[in-house]
Design a protein around this ligand. Sequence first.
Ligand SMILES: Cc1cc2nc3c(=O)[nH]c(=O)nc-3n(C[C@H](O)[C@H](O)[C@H](O)COP(=O)(O)O)c2cc1C
Length: 375
Amino acid sequence: MHTNLCDLFGIDVPIFAFTHCRDVVVEVSRAGGLGVLGAVGFTPDELETELQWIDQHIGNHPYAVDTVIPGKYEGMGEADPEKLEAQLRAAIPQGHRDFAAKLLADAGVPEMPEDQKTDRLLGWTLATGRPQVEVALSHDRVKLIANALGTPPAEITRLIQGTGRKVGALCGSAYQALKHKDAGLDLVIAQGTEGGGHTGEVGSIVLWPEVVDAVSPLPVLAAGGIGSGRQVAAAMALGASGVWTGSIWLTAKEASGQLEQKESYLAASSRDTVRTRSITGKPARLLRNDWTEAWERPDTPDPLPMPLQGMVTIDMIMRTTTYADKAQPVAFNPVGQVVGSMKQIRPAKDVMSELIDGFYDATERLNRLLLDDED
Ligand SMILES: Cc1cc2nc3c(=O)[nH]c(=O)nc-3n(C[C@H](O)[C@H](O)[C@H](O)COP(=O)(O)O)c2cc1C
């Protein structure tokens, strides 16, 4: 399982784990993979706190940080985060706020306490993402910064590579992968449509080899639908230099999600997800429920473009997370189709062991086929 990415990052196995939970980052890196902390929901100060905690617990292992600076969004060009936030806030139609509020009220989800109500702008822009990159780069053990939803702006790539760290980006097509390569990125993450969170339209088994061929010799991490060692072996067979996983960590014992949310994942089948613009304005995969269905109807508002929709839905994310016991019919439960195989809450290190053991079992099975041929 040793590939060039192991040498590049000083890791034992090329298994990358995207998560919003610092405990999972630590567990995966300590188990020989690379934990990746999703930064988008943290303010720069909050991110600093998370990274300090990781530094204190991760030993000598490396880890990564992930940002979401899209190639296109409303308000592009405004560099001042406060001005941008005010400008965007003024552009949100009241009808969208009212519609979202009614969905939650009808479902009986309590409101946040007055001092915790917010419609703040998360890291979905260059103005708010750049400070996150700066915080990440002030931590020595961060060896990679990956970006979602587009090639990172040239100034961000220069900033990261100037400190000797690596920069990568997610893509859902060979076309986007080539843009990443042309921009001088160090690696590409090819995410098939079955993946959780923002995702494109092409399935992993078609996308991975297309991207590998398009950007060779740049290393490609395969993402989207990986929940077992067999799937890791499939990704490597298709030319990937490693795998980038997300959904499977949501039911890790250490993951910070509420028990009710984890139970929704455990109960779901691989047919229970949907790609919807109802959370951020760009298509993202989550568990289908009354919230996702309501925004799809012809008589309801169309989701706003990114990042406006996210400023409408942050209240819903906070409420359905805080009151997870009452909120599951409308909750924010991002996950990929692999949710259908997530049937147990397990320690992250056990998930890592299974990915590794399953990879060896699968490759041994294939090797036996070769031996049978020789007989
Ligand atoms: C809950 C959740 C949130 C996600 N948020 C982000 C994100 O902020 N940035 C990002 O690059 N990818 C994000 N992703 C996508 C993951 O990085 C990863 O590519 C994806 O989960 C891989 O597919 P899988 O879910 O089938 O493992 C998210 C995925 C999930 C499940």
